[in-house]
Design a binder for this molecule. Sequence first.
Ligand SMILES: Cc1cc2nc3c(=O)[nH]c(=O)nc-3n(C[C@H](O)[C@H](O)[C@H](O)COP(=O)(O)OP(=O)(O)OC[C@H]3O[C@@H](n4cnc5c(N)ncnc54)[C@H](O)[C@@H]3O)c2cc1C
Length: 525
Amino acid sequence: MFKAPTHQIKRIVILGGGTAGWMTAAALSKLLNPNLFTVTLVESDAIGTVGVGEATLPHLRFFNQRLGIDEGEFIRATNATIKAGIEFSNWGNIGDAYIHPFGDYGEPLNNVGFHHYFYQAQKRNTALSLDDYSLPVMACKQGKFAFPTSEPNLLTSTYSYAYHIDAGLYAKYLRGFSEKLGVVRVEGKVESVAMRKSDDSIASLKLDNGDIINGDFFVDCSGFRGRLIEQCLHAGYEDWSHWLPCDRAIAVQSEHNGKPLPYTKAIAQEAGWQWQIPLKHRMGNGYVYSSQYISDDTALQTLLDNLPGKPTSEPNRLRFTTGKRKSSWVKNCVAIGLSSGFLEPLESTSIYLIQAAIMKLVELLPQRENLDAKRSEYNRYFSNEMDKIRDFLILHYHATKREDTPFWSFCNHLNIPQSLAEKMQLYKEIGVIEDYKYGLFLTPSWLAVYHGQGVTPSQGDVRVNQATLAHAEKYMNLLKPNIQRCVNKMPTHEHIVAMLHETEHNNPTASQLNRPANFSLYGRS
Ligand SMILES: Cc1cc2nc3c(=O)[nH]c(=O)nc-3n(C[C@H](O)[C@H](O)[C@H](O)COP(=O)(O)OP(=O)(O)OC[C@H]3O[C@@H](n4cnc5c(N)ncnc54)[C@H](O)[C@@H]3O)c2cc1C
């Protein structure tokens, strides 16, 4: 039955000034009517932020675009480079390497996915390589990059791109952006929280200097601790560490070892994996590992032994439990960022999840406190996003032939979620990749990991016959040299980065560098 609204929502309070807090503040101040809402952000310099999170997905461009942020200004403010994919080394087997690109492999023919033809053709010619049919993969391998175009018939529209950024600088940039739009920042540590007697929702935050911050709606961006969503509202946590066993990370910055590459590196190690994220002026590095299988000291030594250049920061040690908050919106509080759960940094999905959460909140934010249906819809949406990403991440660990360390042996024999087991079975048997509803990662991404880690279909699509295969082989014979010609014409990533970072006065903006008008994410939409 309809419940009469009781209390108008006007004062929004965000707790936390990390990437999640300032992205939320920027979006709410830009996208909501300032006559209806005020936005206050509370953060504590003494507590600080998690201090990592530098690889992004192409969706961040949408976010910045919705906020009207100039791409060139953003790139310069965050010391960014371009990210066109991720290179995975030693995952399927030691010595293996593949790139998961932000883009397509070939085109479907007669409604049958390109990979079906590829595998059939490969049976006749084992020298064929899937990489040759992806423009972004070939460009990454040669350290090249050009902004994609929007004409659907051109190869240059078959990929997308993201950035490697200094996340601390992004938060600083968004702080300036938000304060100009009226967001009030309050420095202080929340010591206690007052609840409303009427419904046990949050009434106000009390800071260590005695100040009281009253609010009608609260966004908990307080990081892993979940200061409001967990400590006050007891949302509960669904622990996924039996599927995603890494629970610690050590991050260190270092010098570059040369030219910044247009992709992130994810190098599997003895008990986890190491990241290398090339920014304009330095490299971000980290070892994500399972404390059950390696000691902190050995993990640190492994990381230091495998840095691409001299370390330039002290090690930052982090602990986490992979999983999700059982409900990320409870009463009058929604958790965004690490407070809503964490899936570990593989495939760089956290900033995407922050952005997805913010946009859903903006869509559903109530003006009055008749919250129930909105809360349910939000929780359903966010939970689905987390589940689908979880499955994709587990695939990387599970689709391995490695047995060389106890960690990899554990991953190899993992009892995976039913949803992933069914998805993998479908692929292994008949090569079908069913895109999930709410799934962030679409067919080309699943194909990249399956193929890169040695999972191949045992049977082809029944619609492939001699005639269609002959047609497909002609197409493949043209596609490969066309891709190579495109890559040959591309400038190096190093050149693009240098141009983008030239002083503002001389800077050729991304749009002058042929920025695409469409923002298809993983190839053609
Ligand atoms: C090892 C690792 C690597 C990662 N790599 C990536 C990556 O490559 N790409 C990606 O997308 N994501 C990555 N992430 C995730 C990413 O770092 C986070 O999603 C992002 O930084 C957002 O963090 P946050 O704002 O939720 O929390 P935090 O950065 O922890 O910020 C919390 C804020 O809350 C404030 N606060 C907390 N308690 C109180 C209190 N009581 N009173 C006042 N203020 C308080 C703090 O001062 C701080 O401002 C990574 C995470 C980890 C752990």
